[in-house]
Design a protein around this ligand. Structure first.
Ligand code: BG6
Ligand code: MG
Length: 217
């Protein structure tokens, strides 16, 4: 049997940056004169920065020029970078570091598959960057999840066929992207959101080495 490989999403799987994305978008929405709820935020998870802004503006029923949108993206990212600059290794979600070290020790390859253009910076802040066999992020892809592009590129970087890749995701769009790629999908979070996943775990605490072993064998 071909050896399996893992592809990890970043935001909401390796680290809880999803809350910082939400805070930064909420602040932007408030400045534009409307509120933005956590429930609405679910639709921004996993999708690119520009698509997130477009969804947000739809919620606020606001239409803007491309120039204004670019300016707002810069404002949002500056705010977001302010939050993430305060993070450190303690912000890695429970169980993730030990799972990565287990995979490394057992020569099971793994890649990042993230929509974020800040992914490399965040992995460096968390001191995880050099553990990854490959990193595919928002700078490498042109189509946002649920399109499978990001995961197919990650599989290619790992020299694996899609069916031998196991994707860990916290976003509905991410699970759909994994399924569209023909990979095994593991959702971290709420059942109502992630029902299309092959496996659903409530939190990364359940993403144990034993659970990973069962998927590999
Ligand atoms: C994804 C997040 O991982 O990255 C999205 O789930 C975010 O919420 C996207 O919009 C892009 O991130 P960044 O860091 O490039 O703004
Ligand atoms: Mg995510």
């Amino acid at each position: 049997m071909t050896k399996k490989a893992f592809i990890f999403d970043l935001d909401g799987v390796i680290v809880d940056t999803a809350k910082f994305h939400y805070l930064a978008w909420k602040q932007l929405a408030n400045e534009l004169g409307f509120d933005f709820t956590e429930k609405q935020n679910e639709q921004l998870k996993g999708v690119s920065r520009i698509t997130s802004l477009e969804i947000l503006l739809k919620f606020g029923k606001i239409q803007l020029s491309n120039e204004k949108k670019s300016a707002l993206l810069k404002v949002k990212n500056k705010q977001y970078l302010g939050y993430i600059s305060k993070m450190n290794e303690n912000d890695i979600l429970p169980g993730i570091k030990s799972l990565l070290l287990f995979l490394k020790k057992n020569n099971i390859s793994f890649s990042l598959g993230s929509a974020s253009k800040n992914a490399r910076l965040i992995l460096k802040i968390l001191d995880l960057h050099d553990l990854f066999d490959a990193i595919v992020d928002g700078n490498d892809v042109s189509i946002a999840k649920p399109d499978p592009e990001v995961f197919l590129k990650a599989a290619k970087s790992l020299h694996k066929n899609p069916q031998d890749c196991i994707v860990i995701e916290d976003a509905k769009a991410g699970i759909q992207a994994a399924n569209n790629a023909g990979m095994i999908s593991i959702g971290i979070g709420k059942k109502e959101v992630l029902q299309e996943a092959d496996f659903i775990l409530e939190s990364t605490k359940e993403l144990t080495i034993d659970f990973a072993k069962k998927l590999i064998d």
